[in-house]
Design a protein around this ligand. Structure first.
Ligand code: UN1
Length: 496
């Protein structure tokens, strides 16, 4: 039976598919149609998942890492085999256009193979010891049971950024996917099952943040929480984890800018802006929502942007002629509309878009016209707060230094980009842009999975997803000393 023939999804606990009485509808944002029901689990369901994970983890940690990695290789191959089908399902539950959905599944495939490689590395360090006939090393140890909480905008990629490093390092996972996009979670759990991941190593509990998420955060046997979502929720998660001295890794969005200098290739800059601002309808943490442009090229850039925006085709992502899909749901749409009003009240000039699209086939979905504000000043709310929609604010500056300053003037620090041909500016920018990710002559999106993903300031709390750095979230460093002198040697005292 394919997932769309199912009426309701089940939790995946200890390798079993477990029915939950309460549920809510999953809506295709392109059409407004119900796809199926997703469980609304309770705190007790989380407890059961943690219990299973705890038991499974003890065994899993003893499996040699290269063998743990073999499961990830199989997962990677299955993801590859099912890529097209998964991409279509992803488009249906999330709305992103098929081309982007394929790209997202590809991130999952890449992550599987990359982390499988870690099974033969998981490097630690050997260091000299202070004393004779003594050996010292530090190695990574799994933390135990980890909780991952993932958003709807990248329902499979982000899940793999978090679960695969956790799994290869010998942890067991309790995962709460977003209720808007549970199909990717179901499919990934199915693939893990088919790949032979031992039962209990990955558990999926569907439900809301207030029930499932809260219990995960409070549960004393979950030693790490890795969360991607809104700033407001992330701060609460961090506070609760802090009270329990629980490690927490947060990724909470961005207010990413493309800087266009007076010497930039403007056509290239426009392509970069269009792709990173309107791809995924602006619903990426990395989406470009500010364009900081040198005053000498402002008019020209504006004109070129407007022309390019007119060419964007908007509609159901399953139709490959569409470049921009819907917004996730009504609430997302309302939030964008609210910011359009705020922008107008603040005195920004609306040059394009600014309205919901309801014509013809679009009427039952949630669509918003690509929007361009100009004459925006850096302190306006539309230039400071994350809108999570297809809205760009154009800010004009007089110099390179001012551009950097404006870029850094927001509370977020995820991604940034600069278009310039001046090599000195390139190197200054990569040093001075206060974001976790910097692009030169490319838009703000498109992070690759083998590099660290995350940001400074309000974007996170110093941890990174993906890349080898993700292992730091899911492992503890253990220092090991082996004294082979046959006598008691006292460090710091018996040193000759
Ligand atoms: C996100 O929006 O949270 O860099 C993830 C990118 C993608 C991932 C985005 N590779 O845009």
């Amino acid at each position: 039976m394919t997932v769309l023939q199912m009426e309701k999804l089940s939790n995946f606990i200890n390798g079993e598919w477990v029915d939950v009485p309460r549920s809510t509808a999953v809506i295709n944002p392109a059409t407004g149609e119900e796809l199926l029901q997703v469980p609304l689990s309770s705190a007790e369901d989380v407890d059961k998942a943690v219990e299973a994970a705890k038991k499974a983890q003890k065994e899993w940690a003893l499996v040699p890492a290269p063998q743990r990695a073999e499961v990830l290789y199989r997962i990677g191959n299955l993801l590859k085999e099912h890529k097209e089908r998964l991409a279509r399902l992803l488009t249906m539950e999330n709305g992103k256009v098929l081309e982007e959905a394929r790209g997202e599944v590809q991130e999952g495939i890449d992550m599987a193979f990359y982390m499988a490689g870690e099974g033969r590395r998981l490097f630690g360090q050997t260091t000299p010891a202070e004393l004779k006939d003594k050996f010292a090393m530090s190695q990574r140890a799994p933390v135990g049971v980890v909780g991952i909480i993932t958003p709807w905008n990248f329902p499979i990629a982000i899940a793999t950024w978090k679960s695969f490093p956790a799994i290869v390092a010998g942890n067991a996972v309790v995962w709460k996917p977003a209720t808007e996009t549970p199909i990717m979670a179901y499919e990934l759990a199915k693939i893990c099952e088919e790949a032979g991941l031992p039962k209990g190593v990955l558990n999926v509990v569907f439900g809301t943040g207030s029930e499932v998420g809260n219990r995960m955060v409070e549960h004393e046997d979950i030693r790490v929480i890795s969360f991607t979502g809104s700033n407001e929720v992330g701060r609460n998660v961090a506070a609760a984890c802090g009270r329990q001295l629980k490690k927490v890794s947060l990724e909470m969005g961005g207010k990413n800018a493309v800087i266009v200098m007076d010497d930039a290739d403007l056509d290239l800059a426009v392509e970069g802006i269009i792709w990173s601002a309107f791809g995924t309808s602006g619903q990426r943490c990395t989406a470009c929502s500010r364009v900081i442009v040198h005053e000498a090229v402002k008019e020209k850039l504006q004109e070129k942007l407007l022309t390019a925006m007119e060419q964007l085709t908007i509609g159901n992502g399953l139709d490959e002629s569409n470049r921009v899909g819907p917004i996730i749901n009504k609430a997302g749409l309302e939030k964008i509309k609210k910011y359009i009003e705020i922008g107008k009240e603040e005195g920004a000039k609306l040059l394009a878009g600014g309205y919901e699209l309801t014509e013809g086939e679009l009427k039952n979905g949630f669509y918003f016209a690509p929007t361009l504000f100009t004459d925006v000043t850096p302190d306006m709310r539309i230039a400071q707060e994350e809108i999570f929609g297809p809205v760009i604010s154009l800010i004009s500056v007089k110099s390179f230094e001012e551009a950097i300053e404006v870029n850094n003037s927001v509370s977020y620090g995820l991604s940034s980009s600069i278009f310039t041909r001046d090599v000195n500016r390139v190197f200054k920018a990569q040093r001075d842009l206060d974001t976790g990710i910097v692009y030169v002559n490319a838009g703000t999106t498109g992070a690759e999975i083998h590099l660290p993903f995350g940001g400074t300031k309000g974007t996170g709390n110093g941890h990174r997803d993906s890349g080898v750095q993700a292992l730091d979230v899911f492992t503890e460093w253990k220092a090991v000393y082996v004294d082979f002198s046959g006598k008691l040697q006292r460090a710091q005292i018996d040193v000759e």
